[in-house]
Design a protein around this ligand. Structure first.
Ligand code: ADP
Ligand code: MG
Length: 291
């Protein structure tokens, strides 16, 4: 490829809202075999709302206050939804003595001398929280594409929140367009397996890898590379940065985290996912002009 045609291509990309940070990405896209997506904040809008919750033998007000107090220290969009809900319910937040964000899992903190754990079922399993008593709603929520978020206090399950994060309107058409270009598609997410499968099925995505942490996303990319060939990864979160760096081409959502953007070769400046497919079209046109 001549430097001039690459320059012209990257310029056109910028007009479309696709910033090629590396000219080489414009060339590499043409050779891609598959596109792998993060779910939350990438295929979904990433502005989750808390739609429902149940407590398990617990004082509702205290449980909500403790969970929201710890979540207030988190930057995860799910945390914002929970804190917002607690504020609407006029639950005063408590001082938090210790706090740790567990990427792709949830948070753990200390408030009112209690250990508060908020996050996925994977997190609960890792911390040996018994989910046998979990109300049936949790399974119903995830089967319908919603995300259950568990709260354990001093190791005991106390509540489950239901979080809804709608799929971006442009997602389904994008998956279809990528398939028409002969590309395979996959979703790799830290979210619950049944939630992920439901959303992937709605979108027609070929393969799902769920309940993975950031290094699990890297493993998934490597596995898909050995299965399918060259892989493009599209993500927005801190938890996507290692996978973005591992993929043959990394696309970051422009409204995503700085870490994701720094790890990416291409930054999407539009919230319409159609630009992903336009990037492929641009790559093809650029390479054709060169040859
Ligand atoms: P994705 O890989 O789809 O972008 P994340 O890695 O951000 O998702 O999160 C994976 C899962 O971890 C979420 O579905 C949620 O269950 C849990 N999680 C992560 N951070 C938090 C948090 N601050 N509060 C509650 N749950 C969280
Ligand atoms: Mg994400």
């Amino acid at each position: 490829a001549t430097p001039t045609s690459i320059m012209v291509g990257t310029g056109r990309g910028a007009d479309l809202g696709v910033l090629f940070r590396q000219g080489s990405a414009l060339q590499a896209l043409q050779q891609a075999n598959a596109v792998v997506f993060d779910k939350t904040g990438t295929l979904t809008e990433g502005e989750p709302q808390l739609t429902d919750w149940v407590t398990v033998d617990a004082d509702d007000e205290q449980t909500l206050a403790l969970a929201a107090s710890v979540e207030q220290r988190s930057e995860h969009p799910t945390a914002e939804a929970l804190v917002e809900f607690a504020k609407q319910q006029q639950r005063p937040l408590k001082d938090v003595q210790s706090f740790e964000a567990l990427s792709g899992l949830g948070v753990v903190g200390q408030a009112d001398d209690k250990q508060v754990l908020v996050g996925s079922s994977t997190l609960m399993a890792e911390r040996a929280v018994d989910l046998q008593q979990a109300p049936e709603q949790a399974a119903e929520w995830s089967d319908s594409g919603l995300t259950p978020i568990y709260v354990a206090i001093d190791g005991q399950l106390k509540a489950i929140f239901c979080v809804s994060d709608p799929v971006r309107k442009s997602a389904k058409a994008l998956i279809h367009a990528l398939h028409q270009r002969g590309l395979k598609t996959a979703m790799v997410t830290g979210d619950a397996e049944s939630t992920a499968k439901r959303i992937a099925a709605e979108l027609g995505i070929d393969k799902v890898v769920a309940e993975v942490k950031p290094d699990g996303k890297v493993d998934a990319v490597k596995q898909l590379q050995s299965q399918w060939g060259r892989v493009v990864f599209v993500g927005d979160g801190i938890n996507d940065a290692p996978a973005l760096a591992t993929a043959d081409v990394g696309f970051a959502i422009g409204t995503g985290t700085d870490v994701a953007i720094e790890s990416a070769d291409v930054v999407l400046m539009s919230d319409n996912l159609n630009v992903v497919q336009q990037a492929f079209a641009l790559s093809k046109a650029t390479m054709r002009n060169i040859q």
